[in-house]
Design a protein around this ligand. Structure first.
Ligand SMILES: Cc1cc2nc3c(=O)[nH]c(=O)nc-3n(C[C@H](O)[C@H](O)[C@H](O)COP(=O)(O)OP(=O)(O)OC[C@H]3O[C@@H](n4cnc5c(N)ncnc54)[C@H](O)[C@@H]3O)c2cc1C
Length: 253
């Protein structure tokens, strides 16, 4: 508190003021992903090479085959596709995200090569704040308005202080890679994340809470917000695969 914000850049002062966000950004940047890709891969084992037109001739049969592959966990036909997402979310979400190693590629913005923007996460009013119960068996419940005010004030103050310290070090000629150590995990980062339907399904099974899940998971809400947006994009590209995933208990094949 009370630090003087000196900058090394010629950015307008407004660009250096912390911005606070309660949401995340997920954009589908590019894709080659359709239900036909699953059929194409699966039918080579029984019918040899087929054109996409042939594959799509009988929609009921296509639906049945995709459902069978999902149910019996024949997973590899779901790998012949690709989706690249742009994600902007707090660093603590990225720490969780990058634990997903198989079928995922990541490139994240660098705190060494660029000055980090002052965008920070503050939970929205609908974010449940209070944990009740013991580890392994707990639930989250709504916070009181007073708790929300405390969280917002404490986080905003802490973010302002740490970003001012970051700017102070940059102004003193300290390298970005050293100065960034003062920034908190509530800072937003951005990345491209590329996956296929199979790796996405595994991720969604762990990072969403869903009534149709045969194996329930209890992810942190913020990574779930990212996962829900990814799922919405994927469902548009591969509706039959998405439906079969839900029908079969949201277990990745
Ligand atoms: C609710 C929740 C809470 C969590 N809490 C913690 C925590 O407190 N601390 C913590 O460190 N992590 C935690 N994690 C992360 C978790 O342990 C996994 O690292 C993460 O969910 C990625 O899952 P994964 O390894 O299955 O995915 P991927 O890395 O994508 O792997 C996919 C699959 O490939 C196989 N596989 C991958 N690598 C190997 C390997 N080396 N050996 C054998 N098989 C392999 C496995 O079958 C695996 O399921 C948590 C995850 C969730 C969802």
């Amino acid at each position: 508190m009370g630090r003087i914000l000196r900058t090394v850049t010629d950015k307008p002062a407004d660009d250096l003021k912390p911005h606070f966000r309660s949401d995340v950004t997920v954009e589908l940047i590019k894709h080659t992903a359709s239900d036909a890709d699953v059929l194409f891969a699966a039918r080579v084992s029984t019918a040899g090479e087929q054109s996409l037109e042939e594959l799509q001739k009988d929609p009921e049969r296509s639906k049945g085959l995709i459902n069978y592959l999902m149910r019996d966990r024949h997973g590899s036909p779901f790998e012949h596709n690709s989706m690249t997402f742009f994600v902007s979310a707090p660093i603590f979400v990225f720490r969780e995200f990058m634990r997903h190693r198989v079928g995922w590629s990541y490139n994240e913005e660098s705190g060494r090569y660029r000055e980090l923007e002052p965008v920070f996460y503050v939970p929205g009013e609908d974010r449940k704040l209070v944990q009740q119960g013991r580890p392994g068996k707990y639930e989250f419940v709504q916070g009181t308005p007073e708790q929300h005010r405390t969280v917002t004030a404490a986080m905003e103050e802490s973010y302002r202080q740490s970003y001012a310290a970051y700017q102070e070090m940059l102004a003193a000629g300290v390298a970005r890679e050293v100065a960034r150590a003062t920034l908190p995990v509530g800072l937003f980062s951005s990345m491209y994340a590329t996956c296929n339907a199979r790796s996405l399904m595994h991720f969604l099974g762990l990072r969403t809470q869903h009534e149709l899940a045969k194996v329930p998971s209890f992810p942190q809400r913020e990574i779930e917000m990212v996962a829900e947006k990814m799922e919405a994009e994927w469902a548009k590209l591969m509706p039959l695969t998405h439906a079969a995933y839900n029908t079969n208990g949201r277990v990745a094949p």
